[in-house]
Design a binder for this molecule. Structure first.
Ligand SMILES: N[C@@H](CCC(=O)N[C@@H](CS)C(=O)NCC(=O)O)C(=O)O
Length: 196
C-alpha cells in the first residue's frame, strides 16, 4: 500500500501552485511546513492567470504536482493528504474517534465559508446574484454593506461561539483536542480571510 508520506516526497520536489495570496492554499502550505515536507511554493501572478487557466485540470488553483508527476486538485483533498503524511500522526490522526471530530470542524468551517461568501462575491461578481455584471454605484454599495453587516452581526459571532465552545470542550487546547490538526489550520485561515 502507498503511504501518503511516500506520495508527497521524492527526488523531484512537491510543487504547490496557487496565487500570491493566502486563500485556500494557505492551510495546505501550513500543514506541509508543520509536517516538515519540502515543497516548491509557486505563486502565479494574477496577470498570468488567463493564459495559465486552460492548462489546469479544472480551471482553478491550487494544483499540487506530486514528485511522481500526478496532479492533485482541490485544497481539501490536499489538506487531508498532507495531514495523513504527518509522521507524528497529529495533523490528521488515524484514530476514527479523533478523525470524526476533525471532520465535523472541517464541515463547520465549510458552513462558515458559505455564509461569508456573498459578502465577498456580491461585490466582485454581482452577476452571480442576479444583478448586472457591471453593477455599480450607490445602490450596489448600499446592498453590499447591508449583506456584510448582516453577516458580521449574525453569522460571524455565531460561528466564533461554536469555535470557542470547541476549544473549551477540549481543555483550552485546540479545536479537536490537545494537538494542532488540519481542522485548526482550516478554521484559522478562514477566520483570517474574513478578518484580514
Ligand atoms: N474547491 C476548490 C476551489 C478552487 C477555486 O475556486 N480556486 C479559485 C481561487 S480560490 C480560482 O482558481 N479562481 C480563478 C478562476 O476561477 O478563474 C479548492 O478548494 O481547491
Amino acid at each position: 500500500m502507498t503511504s501518503a508520506h511516500s506520495l508527497l516526497t521524492g527526488s523531484t520536489p512537491l510543487k504547490l501552485e496557487y496565487f500570491n495570496i493566502e486563500g485556500v492554499a494557505e492551510p495546505v502550505r501550513l500543514a506541509l511546513s508543520v509536517a516538515s515536507i519540502p515543497f516548491d511554493d509557486v505563486r502565479i501572478p494574477f496577470d498570468q492567470w488567463p493564459s495559465k487557466k486552460p492548462s489546469t485540470k479544472h480551471g482553478v488553483l491550487p494544483e499540487m504536482t506530486l514528485p511522481g508527476g500526478e496532479i492533485i486538485t482541490d485544497s481539501m483533498a490536499m489538506l487531508r493528504l498532507v495531514g495523513e503524511a504527518d509522521e507524528e500522526g497529529k495533523l490528521y490522526p488515524s484514530d476514527v474517534a479523533k478523525r470524526v471530530k476533525i471532520e465535523q470542524v472541517l464541515g463547520l468551517v465549510g458552513d462558515l465559508t458559505r455564509a461569508w461568501s456573498p459578502s465577498l462575491y456580491l461585490s466582485m461578481r454581482p452577476g452571480r446574484f442576479g444583478y448586472p455584471a457591471d453593477w455599480s454605484g450607490e445602490e450596489k454599495d448600499k446592498v453590499v454593506k447591508a449583506v456584510r453587516e448582516a453577516f458580521m452581526s449574525e453569522d460571524f459571532p455565531r460561528f466564533m461561539g461554536y469555535f470557542e465552545e470547541l476549544v473549551k470542550e477540549n481543555g483550552d487546547g485546540f479545536l479537536t483536542g490537545e494537538d494542532l490538526t488540519i481542522a485548526d489550520l482550516s478554521a484559522f485561515q478562514q477566520v483570517r480571510f474574513i478578518l484580514p
